[in-house]
Write a protein that binds this ligand. Structure first.
Ligand code: GDP
Ligand code: CA
Length: 332
C-alpha cells in the first residue's frame, strides 16, 4: 500500500505518526511500500485567536514534532523556547495570561496570521509553514473554516449556573479539573472539508484513527460534514488505536471529554462509540492494549476486528510495532 491517511489530534496523533514514519522507513509495516505517502488530516477545533494571532495547536504539534522542532518534554511548542513576549504581555496586564505563547512560537503565529489576513486559507498557510519544517507527511487542516470547541462548566456565580469557555481555557487554565457538562463544536456543522481532505480518504489504501482524543480531536474531524460519508464509502480499510489504556487516558483529558458525552471510559467504550463501518460506524479494526484484552470479544461482537497488543508509545520502535499490528489487523 502506498497511501495512508491519518486523522490526527495533537500529541497522541503526532507521536503515533512518528512511529508510523519510522516503521515505513525501516520496512517493518506489513504490505506498506517503502515510498508510501502519509496524509494527515488534523483537528483544527482547538484553534484560538489570542493577542490578535491565529494559533493552531494540533497542526503545530504535528508539524513541530515531525519537523524536529517540538519541545519533547512539554509535548507542545518549540524546543529551546523563551518567554519574553508572554512576560511583557503580562506586564501590560493583557489577558489571557494563561495561554503559553513562546517567543519562537510567536513567529509561526505571525506568519500564519499575516498570510490569513492577506487572503490565503489555512490549508495554504499550513503548506507554506511546512516548507520550512518538512514534516515528511502531507499535512491538511480538517477544514479552512473557523471551528471552535467550547466547554460548558458549572459556575455558581452565573445566573444560568453555568459558563462556557473555549476548549483551550478549559484545558490550559482550568487543567480539565472541573467536570465538562457539555462540549459544543461552534461552526462544525457549517464547515467544509479543506481541499484534498475528502480525496485523501477516498483514494487512501488505509485510513488510521491514531490514539487521539475521541471527542475533541478525532470526534471533531469526523464531525466535518461529508467527511464521515467519505469514511463510510472508501475502499480502504479503517483501523483505530485506543487512546484509553486500563480504563483511562494515558495523558490529556479524554476521560473528562468521554464522560461529558456519556461514553464509557474504556477501550471497549471508545471502540463501540466509533462503531463498525458495517453498521454505520467508522471502524473495520480496533487495537486495544494488552491490559484491555477483555474488550476484544465485545468489540468483535459488534463486527469490528480486534486485537490486544502493547499500546504505550514509549519509543519509535514500540510505536511502529503498534502501527504494524493495526495494519495487520485489517489487511491480513
Ligand atoms: P492532543 O490534541 O495533544 O490532546 O493529542 P491527541 O488528541 O492527538 O491525543 C491525546 C490522546 O493521546 C490522549 O487521549 C491519550 O490517552 C493518548 N495517548 C497519549 N500517549 C499515549 C500512549 O502512549 N498510548 C496510547 N494508547 N495513547 C496515548
Ligand atoms: Ca488538541
Amino acid at each position: 500500500m502506498r497511501n495512508i491517511t491519518v486523522l490526527s489530534g495533537g500529541m497522541g496523533g503526532a507521536r503515533f505518526l512518528q512511529g508510523l514514519l519510522h516503521g515505513i522507513a525501516a520496512g517493518t509495516l506489513p504490505g506498506v511500500a517503502p515510498d508510501a505517502q502519509v496524509t494527515v488530516v488534523a483537528n483544527t477545533a482547538d484553534d484560538i485567536w489570542v493577542h490578535g494571532l491565529k494559533v493552531c495547536p494540533d497542526l503545530d504539534t504535528v508539524m513541530y514534532t515531525l519537523g524536529q522542532g517540538i519541545d519533547l518534554e512539554r509535548g507542545w511548542g518549540r524546543r529551546e523556547e523563551t518567554w519574553s513576549v508572554k512576560t511583557e504581555l503580562a506586564e501590560y496586564g493583557v489577558e489571557p495570561t494563561w495561554f503559553g505563547l513562546g517567543d519562537r512560537d510567536v513567529a509561526t503565529h505571525l506568519v500564519r496570521t499575516q498570510m490569513l489576513e492577506a487572503g490565503y486559507v489555512l490549508s495554504e498557510v499550513t503548506e507554506a509553514l511546512c516548507k520550512r519544517w518538512q514534516p515528511g507527511v502531507r499535512l491538511l487542516p480538517m477544514t479552512d473554516d473557523r471551528v471552535e470547541t467550547h466547554v460548558a462548566i458549572a459556575d455558581p456565580d452565573s445566573p444560568s449556573g453555568r459558563r462556557v469557555v473555549h476548549f483551550q481555557e478549559y484545558w490550559v487554565r482550568l487543567r480539565a479539573a472541573v467536570p465538562a457538562e457539555t462540549v459544543v463544536f461552534v461552526g462544525l456543522d457549517e464547515s467544509t472539508p479543506a481541499p484534498g481532505v475528502l480525496d485523501a480518504i477516498t483514494d487512501a489504501d488505509l485510513v488510521v484513527l491514531p490514539p487521539s482524543n475521541p471527542v475533541v480531536s478525532v470526534g471533531t474531524i469526523l464531525g466535518v460534514p461529508r467527511l464521515r460519508a467519505a469514511i463510510a464509502a472508501t475502499r480502504a480499510p479503517v483501523v483505530g488505536v485506543s487512546p484509553i489504556v486500563g480504563g483511562t487516558h494515558v495523558r490529556g483529558m479524554a476521560e473528562q471529554m468521554l464522560t461529558s458525552i456519556g461514553v464509557e471510559v474504556s477501550a471497549a467504550g471508545v471502540g463501540l462509540h466509533y462503531g463498525a463501518r458495517s453498521s454505520g460506524g467508522v471502524l473495520d479494526g480496533w487495537l486495544v492494549d494488552e491490559r484491555d484484552a477483555d474488550a476484544v470479544p465485545r468489540i468483535e461482537d459488534a463486527g469490528i476486528a480486534c486485537r490486544a497488543v502493547p499500546l504505550m508509545m514509549t519509543d519509535h520502535d514500540a510505536t511502529a510495532a503498534m502501527a504494524a499490528a493495526a495494519i495487520a489487523l485489517v489487511t491480513a
